[in-house]
Ligand binder design. Structure first.
Ligand code: ZN
Length: 218
């Protein structure tokens, strides 16, 4: 009887250790084995917690967005800017407002942002809501955080524009970059406001297959 109990306990402890190590392994992949990106001017460039941009990387062809579609002076790579303006204009015609609140951010800006979060709210908070410098897609000039008519990007999911954006962004080459339930793949929490320009061909495939940019490259 005692031997049986011992056997069961050993098996249960073994299973628990296995579960814990699988979970830890998942999380440990982020910010480990980091590779530096060579050609970061490609529109399909993959930037995440394992692929890093150089600190001096500034995208070619940054242009200012039309102020009709942004809160103030915001810059994006020309092709992405052109398509974002097209998307925003199409939304506008339907009485929707899709406005850029954050686009290109330099390495140095991201560094300040991350350090600010770490200092004021702690490292865990900083890691959960911000990217370390070099690991933010905003440095590519291809990412955009948007707000809708409720004028708060944080509440974009509740804006009437969210559903339209979810269904139509791919037609203009944009994808919802950090979807719900894909946190273990992207390394980032669900961000309904963050869209990434990848061109219409890739965006369509990602949208139809309900995958992420990471899965697209697998
Ligand atoms: Zn963003």
């Amino acid at each position: 009887m005692y031997d049986d109990l011992k056997k069961y306990i050993i098996i249960i402890v073994g299973i628990l250790i296995m579960i814990i190590s699988i979970k830890t392994c998942d999380n440990n992949d982020f910010y480990k084995n980091i590779r530096v990106i060579d050609n970061a001017n490609r529109i399909d460039v993959l930037v995440n917690k394992n692929y890093k941009l150089k600190s001096d990387f500034i995208p070619n062809n940054l242009v200012k967005l039309n102020l009709k579609y942004s809160t103030d002076d915001k810059y994006m790579v020309e092709e992405a800017a052109y398509n974002f303006e097209k998307l925003s204009e199409e939304a506008y015609k339907k009485n929707y407002k899709i406005i850029a609140v954050s686009t290109y951010r330099s390495y140095q800006y991201q560094e300040k942002l991350f350090n600010y979060y770490a200092k004021t709210k702690g490292m865990d908070y900083a890691l959960s809501c911000s990217a370390k410098p070099g690991h933010s897609e905003h440095q590519t000039g291809l990412a955009v955080d948007v707000m809708g008519s409720n004028e708060d990007y944080d509440l974009f999911e509740q804006a009437k524009e969210f559903n339209w954006m979810k269904k139509n962004a791919y037609k203009y080459g944009f994808i919802l970059r950090y979807p719900k339930g894909k946190e273990k793949i992207t390394g980032f929490k669900y961000e309904p406001w963050h869209y990434r320009y990848v061109g219409t061909k890739i965006a369509k495939e990602i949208y139809k297959k309900k995958i992420t940019l990471e899965e697209y490259f697998k």
